[in-house]
Design a protein around this ligand. Structure first.
Ligand SMILES: *[C@@H]1O[C@H](CO)[C@@H](O)[C@H](O)[C@H]1NC(C)=O
Ligand SMILES: *[C@@H]1O[C@H](CO)[C@@H](O)[C@H](O)[C@H]1NC(C)=O
Ligand SMILES: *[C@@H]1O[C@H](CO)[C@@H](O)[C@H](O)[C@H]1NC(C)=O
Ligand SMILES: *[C@@H]1O[C@H](CO)[C@@H](O)[C@H](O)[C@H]1NC(C)=O
Ligand SMILES: *[C@@H]1O[C@H](CO)[C@@H](O)[C@H](O)[C@H]1NC(C)=O
Ligand SMILES: *[C@@H]1O[C@H](CO)[C@@H](O)[C@H](O)[C@H]1NC(C)=O
Ligand SMILES: *[C@@H]1O[C@H](CO)[C@@H](O)[C@H](O)[C@H]1NC(C)=O
Length: 473
């Protein structure tokens, strides 16, 4: 009897213990889920860690009229109803490394796959009646954009013959820097000013500094201009012959066969990456900028040489992107703005991105961006698009205070050496660029020991700052 009882007890323990454990776990999970559902929203910083951010758009945290980040993990698509998000969520899911671990391998073997995926979902999203009506309410230029959104192959009309832009003959080492400048056919004067000043190619000695290299540094610089085409009918004249001449003369023009409009600028990035991956294998860095900026090329070279030195100690160049970083920005909902994006097109924040005139990144990153861009739907604002690609590479642009997107603070510009402390300033006209370049040459000896602008120091120290010769503005 006792033995039977004992046996029974053992069976009971064996059966019941797991039951109790399972029941407790169930209870725990239920309680956690309820808490998550009713609980407070997580602070934004936790979900979206933004480091090195210089600028955070106001109203980001509190304004509920904008779409938000998912509050709970089962809220799969919080930005439903916006065209871009709808198109992208399908692609992102297809490449989710947890859901589909083999996708990455399959895809690198077959790039056709990307195209069919991007296209298929585009027609699915657009084909229903309600979305068609929504589409027709978009501003005209967004409609233009959307109807060409899946097309990324455009033939080149002009390009440097098989080399990585204009450079010096017989370069003895791989180029340090490729200047890739977005311009339009009609901005000939901007291009010419750049060619004569900060965009000179060949061997360029960097700004001499007290570095471990003992001040000796420099590198080969190459240059290329990125253009679309003008519509001869709209313009009333066909300027393509002029550009062909210019291209033959300088060898620094890449022109693609698409209309050069603001919303088509993203194509320049995507097509440039593709060209770069093909022709510029060993180029260390890319500066991508507008044609209305002034770049302190000597500082840039010294700065990049430092980066090269640092990466030998720790390999960080594959994520290297530096500029004026804008974090947690929201799309402009002002319908008169050039940047207007209605919420039927895009909902949510923009990822951190480097904006305003120019950014520098590594050649390695350019190639990675080329690869990842095939999985990111085109977005009408080019800087934001680059940020979206960076986000999917899990790379973050880094803010550097020497990129002056919004010009010098107050009167600092008038100090003699102010232009020696920067990497870039936006905006300057072609005439100003030429005058500034002369000004830089004239003040080189006085300003040799000035350092780059630095956030930690607040205002820059310029030794014996004589007030002076106001640099042209
Ligand atoms: C949120 O943004 C919208 C659109 O810009 C604006 O109309 C509204 O006043 C803002 N609300 C708050 C609480 O700031
Ligand atoms: C880009 O993708 C190709 C294959 O599609 C792969 O061979 C190459 O290594 C990738 N490059 C980078 C930098 O990720
Ligand atoms: C620059 O170099 C000189 C001599 O080599 C040294 O005395 C000085 O401390 C250096 N300055 C900086 C800022 O490194
Ligand atoms: C972009 O270029 C294509 C090809 O020239 C053109 O059809 C389209 O309208 C352009 N998109 C925008 C938004 O201007
Ligand atoms: C590009 O350079 C890398 C090493 O820097 C080399 O392994 C690779 O084969 C090169 N690719 C091409 C297409 O030349
Ligand atoms: C990389 O090297 C630089 C310079 O030596 C150093 O300041 C930095 O902390 C290093 N970064 C990491 C992640 O080790
Ligand atoms: C811009 O918004 C205003 C007010 O919301 C509206 O009256 C106007 O028609 C809009 N303009 C365009 C071009 O959509």
């Amino acid at each position: 009897m006792a033995r039977i009882y004992c046996h029974l007890r053992r069976v009971l323990i064996c059966v019941c213990t797991p039951c109790i454990v399972v029941a407790l776990m169930f209870l725990y999970i239920t309680v956690m889920m309820c808490m998550a559902m009713t609980g407070k929203r997580m602070p934004l910083g936790l979900i979206h860690p933004v480091e090195n951010n210089h600028f955070v758009a106001s109203g980001t945290i509190t304004n509920k009229s904008f779409a938000r980040y998912p509050e709970t993990f089962w809220e799969i698509n919080p930005h439903k109803g916006a065209f871009w998000n709808q198109l992208q969520v399908v692609v992102d899911r297809a490449f989710n490394p947890i859901l589909r671990p083999n996708m990455f391998k399959r895809v690198s073997e077959n790039s056709m796959f990307h195209k069919s995926l991007l296209r298929r979902h585009f027609s699915q999203v657009i084909d229903s009646d309600s979305t068609r009506r929504k589409f027709e309410k978009l501003p005209q230029q967004l409609q233009d954009f959307m109807s060409h959104m899946q097309k990324r192959e455009y033939p080149t009309l002009n390009q440097p013959g098989g080399v990585c832009g204009a450079g010096a003959n017989y370069e003895k080492e791989p180029p340090l820097l490729l200047l890739a400048i977005k311009t339009t056919v009609l901005n000939f004067k901007n291009r010419q000013a750049i060619r004569k000043t900060w965009g000179q190619v060949g061997w360029i000695a960097g700004q001499k500094r007290n570095s471990s290299r003992g001040g000796e540094s420099g590198g080969y610089v190459r240059r290329v201009f990125l253009l679309g085409k003008e519509d001869p009918e709209e313009l009333g004249v066909d300027v393509s012959k002029l550009l062909r001449l210019e291209s033959e003369q300088y060898g620094d023009i890449i022109q693609w066969d698409f209309k050069d409009t603001f919303f088509n600028l993203t194509l320049k990035d995507v097509l440039f990456w593709s060209w770069f991956s093909r022709f510029c294998n060993h180029t260390h860095f890319v500066f991508k900028g507008d044609d209305d900026v002034f770049v302190n090329t000597l500082n840039m070279i010294a700065f990049l040489q430092d980066q090269l030195e640092m990466q030998q100690e720790n390999k960080t160049l594959q994520d290297f992107m530096v500029g004026d970083v804008i974090g947690a920005a929201l799309p402009s909902r002002v319908n008169k703005s050039k940047y207007f994006i209605p919420d039927s097109f895009y909902k949510g924040f923009y990822p951190s991105y480097a904006g305003g005139g120019g950014v520098v990144y590594s050649g390695l990153l350019a190639k990675r961006l080329h690869n990842i861009s095939r999985r990111v739907q085109l977005f009408p604002i080019d800087d934001v698009y680059v940020g979206m690609c960076m986000f999917r590479l899990n790379a973050h642009p880094v803010y550097h205070p020497a990129f002056l997107t919004f010009d010098f603070p107050s009167k600092e510009e008038e100090e003699m050496c102010s232009y020696h402390t920067i990497l870039l300033v936006h905006k300057r006209s072609p005439n100003q660029v030429v005058e500034l370049w002369a000004h830089m040459k004239n003040t080189q000896t006085q300003c040799w020991n000035v350092t780059l602008r630095d956030t930690n120091k607040g205002k820059n120290k310029v030794k014996n700052k004589p007030k002076l010769i106001v640099p042209p503005k």
